[in-house]
Design a protein around this ligand. Sequence first.
Ligand SMILES: Cc1cc2nc3c(=O)[nH]c(=O)nc-3n(C[C@H](O)[C@H](O)[C@H](O)COP(=O)(O)O)c2cc1C
Length: 343
Amino acid sequence: MSDISQRKLDHIDLVLREDVGMAGNPTGFGGYAFIPEALPELAPSDVDLGTTFLGRRFEAPILIASMTGGPQRGEDINRHLGQAAQALGLPMGVGSQRIIFEKPEALASFTAARAAGPDVFLLGNLGAVQLNYGFDPARVIEAVEAIGADGVFLHLNALQELIQPGGDTDFRGLLDRIEAVVKAAPFPVLIKEVGCGIAPETARKLAARGVAAIDVSGAGGTSWAKIEAHRAADPAQRTLGEVFGEWGLPTAVALRGCRDALPDFPLIASGGIRTGLDVAKAIALGADMVSFAMPLLEPATRSGEAVEAALRQILAELRATMFLIGVRDVATLRRSRHLLRTV
Ligand SMILES: Cc1cc2nc3c(=O)[nH]c(=O)nc-3n(C[C@H](O)[C@H](O)[C@H](O)COP(=O)(O)O)c2cc1C
């Protein structure tokens, strides 16, 4: 098995078995509460969760976050996520596709998502830092076209690369290289972090280079420093990962800052989103779409129906929140004044 395949399996196992979330789910959303509307003048069935993002219509403002691909287990996971995305009319991302250039047979684990979700708005994924390690815009386009995706996420993961054995840590000159991909690609290029957050000034620089959307992916949920600390054989690397286990800008803080900096720019919130109530708070704080990974991993190891059930639960919680504050649709929730800062 290639190093990357083994790494992907380690990541899945560690997220499923170990405590690699940030202690106390410190996303910042806990510091906000909705003002209930005792007289909503609505029935729950009046609430419309539909939304438009990047010119596409989705059944709800929820994006299945980039997770995996590569080994057989990744293929099952992507097929189940694709099935649920298709059934619920939601967009989804696959995990990093770098492996397909080292191990072409890994391609099937990504195309499984498209096969299961022929109508899904599907986003490919590559580490932006790979643009300093032999990847050029043509390769990014090849990766996206190889899986029939509609766009790509380039992820920023400086902390993870720093802790990961043999990580790629040369982040110099990446803004220009990201812009080169944006200019060459015939599809939207989105940027995401992986759980440490994107600060407003960085978001502004990325938006100025033409990226289509940014997922702030803040701190509060999955900690890649903790995951890589578990994998590190070298005690010094393990300690480094543990020290930075809670590093990052909380998701709510990153989101508010980026929304203030970029009032009309497409923003996604992820990082520790665990309930439909969190989703509603993220939208009221300025997110166009909300995304999560860890809560879907375990159901995705079982079946498409299990993923669908987990997502339906979150949709029910989102609908309940909107009903309880008397908000009929997502556009109104985005403008709503029902969210109070409580701390
Ligand atoms: C098992 C697993 C694998 C992941 N792999 C990738 C990846 O390949 N590329 C990427 O951009 N993000 C990856 N992520 C990060 C997520 O997309 C997300 O940004 C992060 O986990 C924070 O969300 P969460 O707290 O809901 O898990 C992965 C997350 C998990 C749980």
